[in-house]
Design a protein around this ligand. Structure first.
Ligand code: GDP
Length: 589
């Protein structure tokens, strides 16, 4: 018998825009309505059944009009979960919610999320979050539909919100999407609905659920059709060791039926493994855990869409992101072949952070992974195939500069990907020898680290000293321009002090025979303009001046840059220290 399954929903958005709080709120409203029954606890996901959506949204959702049974929210929000959890071909999520903080607007990860959604062609809505933070906003009642809350706001508060929504609408327009506040939209297929919400007070959350279920009902019905008795298909969310159960898999089932005792094939890097489901487990609610002491209870069968824990033998090298399929009455060998080719598209997700690895075959991929692991290089995702635009988009979600890299083993780099990589500053390494590939990456890291250090050290102010020449005053002040003999290198911009340790000004420019120069070295006789002092007052002809080194810089000179000091600099540095310590005994100790 065919039916409509629960759509899978994922939340995306810039950090701190409210993904976690929104999920908690949704979970909270579902839990609060527990008496209504039908709450299913899931592994790695939260299901909100239609009953509850219809209850919390009042007359917004007439449940008899809907065939979609509810919504299944993936508990791990964010771009990483979205891009690495895949079903056949696309993303595991059928719909997405893009969180935008109305008080903060579009931020880098908002743009990134839209690029990702566009790339996966996943329908989405925008939750314009934190409306309670709009100046003057009044929350009369929690968890109410937006309309009721909006009605009670003062005119200027309404206008303020509307302006913020228009800003979001404008930004979406720049990205090629038509959108509007959801209650002003008729067609959600060609337009993105913007739902004003507060994850904190719950205002607008009923609307959010309603729009999601409406969208699913109207535009995803065919995608959500499934054979209720068909062989189950899912994606491994996580591989977990559980007390008393050994290695288990947290699985999101997105199609068909899975039963205890079913023979299944699970994709692995080399060859799918065939095993038998020993137990299917769902999490127990808190109070039951307290009573029975057990975290899970067994179920005989589970239907898509659902999050479930699978206990089975032989889970050796199964990793997150791999497919799991019930064999049913299908031919094992041909299913195996099919899955093998499918695994070639499937992601091997390993760490939360790390680089992206691509290789031409499963075998070579495994070899690269192993060598990288041996070198303690973490891998965020490893998979088969050319380096695509999608890989670059994912790499661009990585903040750590040294991990914004893709290691490609003997695969093509698609021109589009190369272009985007250049634009976004993603480094691609490509070689057909594994150790060379890894060496190149490590050299790049070393170079970058060195550069960072050099850049920092370059800005350290070094010990310099000059002597003002007699009869060489070209201008007395504003700035003072004098001829000097350089005793230890000075640079333009350096602060200067006298022998008593008093700051007298700053080197503005240095001129050597009429030419501006950046620095002057020992023995040079140059003209220096000094911002600050007047000759005859703060400085005198014949006087010796020192560079006024900041204490922090002196500490670096004593440690990291110690070996780089010239003999002259060393002497002058000691003189400077002596001057400074007259004032402060502990200066740069
Ligand atoms: P995430 O990084 O996107 O998961 O964001 P969080 O859900 O962790 O939220 C970041 C911060 O914003 C937290 O301090 C939340 O309490 C706060 N926050 C989230 N939603 C709202 C909201 O609707 N109103 C207000 N006032 N604060 C919120």
């Amino acid at each position: 018998m065919s039916g409509i399954r629960t759509p899978i929903v994922c939340l995306l958005g810039h950090v701190d825009h409210g993904k976690t709080t929104t999920l908690d709120k949704i979970r909270g409203s579902a839990v609060a309505e527990r008496e209504a029954g039908a709450i299913t606890q899931h592994i790695g996901a939260t299901e909100v059944p239609l009953d509850i959506i219809s209850k919390v949204s009042g007359d917004l959702v007439k449940k008899d009009k809907f065939k979609v049974p509810g919504l299944l929210f993936i508990d791990t929000p964010g771009h990483h979960a979205f891009t690495s959890l895949r079903s056949r071909g696309g993303s595991l999520a059928d719909i997405a919610v893009l969180l935008v903080d109305v008080t903060d607007g579009f931020q880098p990860q908002t743009h990134e999320a839209i690029d990702i959604l566009q790339d996966f062609q996943t329908p989405f809505i925008v939750a314009a979050n934190k409306i309670d933070k709009i100046p003057g906003w009044k929350t009369n009642k929690k968890d109410v539909p937006f309309r009721l809350s909006y009605k009670n706001q003062e005119k200027r508060v309404k206008e303020d919100l509307d302006n913020r929504i228009y800003e979001i609408v404008g930004k979406l327009h720049d990205k090629g999407f038509n959108s509007d506040r959801y209650d002003r939209l008729k067609n959600f297929k060609d337009n993105v609905g913007v739902v004003p919400v507060s994850a904190k007070t719950g205002e607008g959350i009923p609307d959010l659920l309603m729009v999601l279920i409406g969208l699913a009902q109207r535009y995803l019905e065919t995608e959500l059709e499934f054979e209720e008795e068909g062989p189950g298909e899912g994606t491994v969310l996580e591989v977990k060791e559980e007390k008393g159960l050994g290695k288990t898999l947290d699985v999101i089932l997105y199609d068909g039926l899975m039963k205890t005792g079913d023979s299944v094939l699970i994709g692995r890097a080399d060859e799918p493994v065939e095993t038998k489901i020993r137990a299917l487990l769902k999490p127990n609610p808190m109070e039951e855990i307290r009573e029975s002491g057990s975290e899970f209870s067994k179920v005989d069968e589970v239907r898509a869409a659902a999050g479930i824990k699978v206990a089975a033998p032989d889970l050796g090298s199964v990793r997150a992101g791999f497919p799991i399929r019930v064999i049913g009455d299908r031919d094992t060998d041909s299913l195996k072949e099919e899955m093998k080719s499918q695994v070639e598209d499937v992601v091997i997700r390993t760490e939360e952070s790390g680089i992206i690895v691509k290789a031409d075959t499963i075998g070579s991929l495994e070899a690269v992974i192993k060598d990288l692991e041996d070198s303690d290089i973490s891998i965020r995702r490893a998979d088969i195939g050319s380096v695509s635009r999608r890989d670059i988009i994912e790499a661009n979600t990585i903040q750590e500069p040294l991990e914004r890299a893709i290691l490609a083993f003997d695969v093509d780099i698609l021109p589009e990907a190369r272009k985007k990589a250049e634009k976004e500053g993603i480094q691609i390494f490509n070689d057909d020898v594994i150790y060379r590939l890894i060496e190149d990456y490590q050299e790049w890291i070393d170079r970058r680290k060195k550069l960072q250090k050099e850049k920092r050290l370059e800005n350290i102010i070094r010990p310099g000293k000059i002597k003002i020449l007699i009869d060489h005053v070209f201008r007395r002040n504003d700035p003072a321009i004098v001829g000097v003999r350089v005793l230890s290198t000075i640079k333009s911009g350096y602060p200067l002090m006298n022998q008593a340790g008093e700051r007298i000004g700053q080197v503005k420019e240095i001129q050597d025979q009429g030419e501006n120069v950046e620095e002057a070295n020992p023995g040079d006789e140059v003209a220096v303009s000094i911002r600050g002092p007047t000759v005859g007052r703060q400085i005198e002809e014949g006087e010796e001046l020192y560079v006024d080194i900041p204490e922090k810089h002196a500490e670096v000179l004593k440690t990291e840059l110690k070996d780089s000091l010239t003999e002259k600099e060393e002497i002058v540095f000691q003189e400077i220290i002596d001057i400074k310590r007259k004032e402060n005994k502990y200066w740069a100790i």
